[in-house]
Design a protein around this ligand. Structure first.
Ligand SMILES: Nc1nc2c(c(=O)[nH]1)N[C@H]1C(S)=C(S)[C@@H](COP(=O)(O)O)O[C@H]1N2
Ligand SMILES: [Mo]
Length: 318
């Protein structure tokens, strides 16, 4: 199974992300090898590696298992070849699927396993490298804690673009880990050498010289009101804030000074985005509004030079 054509990228403007749950047509799309078209009857999921009972599941077998529903952010790390440029590809989605924990429980994980490899059915050439599959590896502990093999987004079967018939989804992790057109999960104790595991989607964390795989989502926020012309008066400024950890504070900079906004909390152990809102009265003039989030671990969105740098919108009030 190969993707069709070259890389596929669909990015939506922030104003298309106003809904709490992003409509499927407003969910960005990334396919490094294009979009794989998979027929349900040709699909199965193999679970193997360091397990006592390797499994192979059909779609009807997967659907027959108990499922969970979680609302969580899907966010692209960005261009793997230019990782400091903010691309702001994000969405908040209701996912339904079978917990990885249940599947691995049925397969019986052998002692000493630390990693889970996830393989997609798409293949092709990316960054001048031929790949026989899309491959990611995850810490087994996190995959078991919150990973699901998802077959619905927002209550409907996955579309081909989003990984039909099933994909991995790990709440709190960057999109690159959420392998679409999933065909195999392998339990093991090491990292695979692969374009998408050890070469691309690596980052240098502050104070470290050792590249690390892109996993936890950064502290981020997005203003969703439309930029452009407005009449003088009060404007409801709103948007979303999210990250691997809960966002504790969302400030807006309007005309040079920072103000706190009203910010929703998110329930413990969940990874959906949090709404922020603030009413402000604008006089005639051009006004730049900037949003900055701070998470529960004190991490603040950088003002510049980072993929998760603050987002700004300019209003021309006349
Ligand atoms: N099989 C496969 N899975 C994949 C990819 C891919 O190219 N092939 N791209 C990843 C990246 S980088 C992102 S951001 C998400 C995007 O998911 P979406 O297209 O459903 O928005 O899928 C991830 N899973
Ligand atoms: Mo991505």
């Amino acid at each position: 199974m190969t993707g069709s054509g070259g890389p596929t990228k669909l990015t939506l403007p922030p104003t298309a992300l106003r809904s709490r749950v992003t409509e499927i047509e407003n969910v960005y799309v990334i396919g490094h090898f294009g979009i794989a078209r998979v027929a349900e009857r040709d699909w199965s999921l193999r679970i193997g590696g360091a397990v006592t009972e390797p499994l192979e599941l059909t779609m009807s077998g997967l659907r027959a298992l108990p499922s969970v529903t979680v609302t969580a952010v899907l966010e692209c790390f960005g261009n793997p070849l230019a990782p400091s440029i903010p691309v702001r590809r994000a969405a908040n989605v209701v996912w339904r699927g079978v917990p990885v924990a249940d599947l691995l429980m049925a397969a019986g994980v052998e002692p000493g396993a630390t990693a889970l490899w996830a393989e997609g059915m798409d293949s092709g050439r990316f960054d001048d490298v031929d790949c026989t599959e899309y491959l990611k590896d995850l810490p087994l502990e996190i995959a078991v804690e919150r990973g699901i093999v998802a077959y619905e987004m927002n209550g409907a079967p996955l579309t081909a673009e989003h990984g039909f018939p099933a994909r991995l989804f790990v709440p709190g992790y960057f999109g690159t880990n959420n392998v679409k057109w999933l065909r195999e999960l392998t339990v093991t104790d090491r990292r695979p050498e692969h374009l998408f595991t050890t070469r691309l989607y690596q980052r240098l964390e502050p104070g470290s010289s050792e590249p690390r795989p892109v996993r936890d989502i950064d502290v981020t926020s997005l203003i969703t009101i439309a930029p452009g012309s407005r009449a003088p008066g009060e404007v409801l400024i709103e948007g979303w804030a999210w990250g691997a950890a809960q966002i504790e504070r969302l400030q807006l900079r309007i005309g040079g000074s920072w103000t706190d906004t009203e910010l929703e909390r998110r329930p413990t152990g969940t990874f959906g985005w949090q709404r922020f809102s603030h009413r402000h009265r604008f006089e005639a003039g051009d006004h730049e509004i900037t949003a900055r989030a701070t998470d529960a671990l004190g991490r603040v969105q950088p003002l510049a030079d980072a993929r998760n740098q603050v987002h700004s919108v300019t209003l021309s009030v006349r």
